[in-house]
Write a protein that binds this ligand. Structure first.
Ligand code: FAD
Length: 330
């Protein structure tokens, strides 16, 4: 079985075991969060041995060329020597500008945008808490419009990082963030194409960034944003998005609740079902899906079956650490 050399120690892999699982099983403390190749917090460099293709999916070409790979997605075929990537330029300490509530359980965190911090709205960054636990959060801000970074964070009961943000962080504190990553963004071109955006809960954060960016870049095709929650109290930014709908002829905001009687202006049903009832044919559309993993995966399939091209479906499932089986990802 392949052996992993890390920080001068050999670790033997079990059959079919990923590099990450091999290291965790043997008590090594390494960064990880989603364990599904999404959050990129477990990225390492292969000093010897070749990373598998699956472990380099979604990584920037420049990093791929330098043998960076995701240890959660690498079941090694040969012995490897691995090392933590050079952190220079990939981690930023930055100031908390504000922490305020958008709803009973959603917090808006605004951070100072570090110099040379490059990102596209809708990408995500990794935020470390004081104990070094790392979680991914999506960017609702737009670099050309905002001089801060904005995140919407749902306070998960007992959550290591979301609890720390909601209960402890204050304006003036310093936090550590990673570079931005992810493919769920608006790219210019085909500006008359209809856009469908569907999100649940804080899946709204990247979608708000994408809509604002598309409008900023002069997108002229219709833009339909469906935001779903089980109850009306779970919806947030309702008045801001309604005002954007009023102000922009191409933008249409559809808040949806799946339980109880919806208030005026809110549609009844799951956001995915309401969107597909409104638009059964998605041939030629660009689709953005963010939020709960099950919703995103189901809607990905349904959008494809409704005619959207696979290249035109951009998805960011918010895979949580339950999938990772992690008590702490340090
Ligand atoms: C690419 C990506 C982007 C993301 N963007 C956002 C974002 O913009 N906003 C946001 O709020 N979250 C986002 N997430 C989810 C986020 O990274 C964390 O998983 C979440 O905040 C919980 O972390 P925690 O440390 O607070 O909880 P943990 O300490 O990891 O978990 C505590 C307990 O809560 C359970 N749990 C964790 N998450 C959830 C959940 N969502 N619902 C129910 N139970 C849960 C766990 O299973 C565990 O039992 C994103 C995830 C990914 C992969």
């Amino acid at each position: 079985m392949p052996t992993i050399l890390y920080e001068g120690q050999d670790y033997h892999c079990e059959p079919g075991e990923s590099v990450l699982d091999c290291l965790i099983r043997q008590g090594v403390s390494v960064n990880y969060s989603c364990k599904a190749g999404a959050c990129q917090s477990c990225m390492m460099v292969a000093v010897e041995g070749k990373p598998t293709p699956a472990s380099q999916v979604g990584i920037k070409e420049t990093l791929k060329a330098q043998n960076h790979f995701l240890i959660c997605s690498c079941v090694p075929e040969t012995d490897m020597q691995v090392a933590a990537p050079d952190q220079a330029g990939s981690r930023f300490d930055t100031a908390v500008l504000s922490v305020d509530k958008l709803s009973a359980d959603v917090v808006r965190l605004r951070l100072a945008r570090p110099d040379n911090y490059i990102y596209l709205p809708g990408q995500f960054l990794n935020l470390s808490n004081e104990a070094g636990a790392v979680r991914s959060y999506s960017l609702a801000s737009v670099p050309e419009l905002d001089d801060f970074l904005e995140l919407h964070i749902r306070h998960v009961p007992g959550g290591l990082v979301s609890g720390w943000v909601a209960e402890k962080l204050q304006a003036g504190d310093t936090v550590t963030i990673s570079q931005a990553a992810g493919q769920c963004s608006y790219l210019p071109g085909r500006e008359t194409q209809p856009l469908l955006l569907v999100g649940t809960g804080t899946g709204l954060a990247p979608l708000v960034g994408i809509v604002r960016d598309a409008l900023r870049q002069g997108h002229s095709g219709p833009i339909h944003l469906y935001h779903g929650s089980s109850t009306a109290e779970g919806l947030y930014l309702v008045s801001e998005l309604s005002a954007m709908d009023e102000a922009n002829a191409v933008f249409h905001y559809h808040p949806c609740v799946s339980r109880g009687t919806p208030p005026h202006g809110v549609q009844s049903g799951r956001a995915t079902d309401v969107a597909l009832a409104d638009f059964a044919q998605l041939s030629g559309w660009r689709v953005f899906l963010c939020g709960r993993e099950d919703m995103v995966k189901t809607m990905q399939k349904k959008s494809f079956l409704a005619g959207a091209s696979i290249q035109d479906i951009f998805a960011d499932p918010f895979i949580d650490s339950a999938g990772a089986g992690a008590a702490n990802a340090v």
